[in-house]
Design a protein around this ligand. Structure first.
Ligand code: NAI
Length: 247
């Protein structure tokens, strides 16, 4: 029996990177997965790869900043599987710039995708989960929201906000059997970080006690723990998966 045998899970931003890895790990543990992402083409590729491993997988092109599209994503899961057991709010972008150069648009876009997008997913999932009297929500924050990164005033603010949102929701929803937790990944090699200059990457890596960047599967394993019954008594927690960076 997998840790998520028969559970229905929605993952946003699941076409690549950490979201896709979470989908892979969840599927390998028996979950039925609904993948949401802005990038419809990459989404189909990801779904085909998962289906080839025998996973039950479905795709819904979805912009997490649009309430109607997020509601439709959740509805697709409930229509297909009669439940929503796990919701992972993972979709994300960066628009890095110093305060001198960051446009108001760059600020708004990042806040919209991370903070509003996570809230829309959390809200829609909680409406289904409260009727079921069970469910687990995993919000992907970032170490950037704990320690702050120069050039990321928008992203760090949004990711710190995700922590506050997670704790408020955990308090609000606990009596309904719904757990809400967050993960703060550190430096993880994905398409999001691939573009980083080699010298900046090396400088960041040198700050990490475990002396290397993390992998998407190491973040996905944390999401699996929080989504599964192993974390039955865990809510409102922030799990740092950072190799010890920023402690
Ligand atoms: P990525 O860029 O590889 O994947 C992000 C996915 O989100 C893409 O498939 C993209 O199409 C999708 N997406 C973007 N905007 C969207 C929207 N409005 N609606 C729906 N989907 C949208 O990024 P990565 O690295 O996999 O990041 C995943 C999450 O982990 C993000 O929330 C990111 O902030 C967070 N994170 C990543 C770290 C890293 O080092 N890679 C470190 C800490 C946090």
């Amino acid at each position: 029996m997998g840790l998520l045998e028969g559970r229905a899970a929605v993952v946003t931003g699941a076409a690549q990177g950490i979201g896709l890895e979470i989908a892979r790990v969840f599927a390998a543990q028996g979950a039925r997965i609904v993948l949401g992402d802005l990038n419809a083409e990459a989404l189909e590729k990801a779904a085909a790869e998962l289906a080839a491993t025998g996973a039950t997988v479905q795709t819904v092109p979805c912009d997490v900043t649009d309430a109607g599209q997020v509601d439709a994503l959740i509805r697709a899961c409930v229509d297909a599987h009669g439940a929503l057991d796990v919701m992972v709010n993972n979709a994300g972008i960066t628009r890095d710039a110093t305060l001198r150069r960051m446009s108001e648009q760059d600020f708004d876009t990042v806040i919209d995708v991370h903070l509003k997008g996570t809230w829309l997913g959390l809200r829609a999932a909680s409406l289904v989960m409260r009727e079921q009297r069970r469910g687990a929500v995993v919000n992907i924050s970032s170490l950037s929201g704990k320690i702050g990164n120069p050039g990321q005033t928008n992203y760090s603010a949004a990711k710190a906000g995700v922590v506050g949102m997670t704790k408020a929701a955990a308090k609000e929803l606990g009596h309904l059997g719904i757990r809400v937790n967050a993960i703060q990944p550190g430096l993880i090699r994905t398409p999001l970080t691939e573009a980083m200059r080699a010298d900046i990457w090396a400088a960041k890596e040198s700050e990490i006690p475990l002396q290397r960047a993390g992998t998407a599967v190491e973040v996905a394993n944390g999401a699996l723990f929080l989504a599964s019954d192993l974390a039955d008594y865990v809510t409102g927690a922030v799990l740092e998966i950072t190799g010890g960076r920023g402690i």
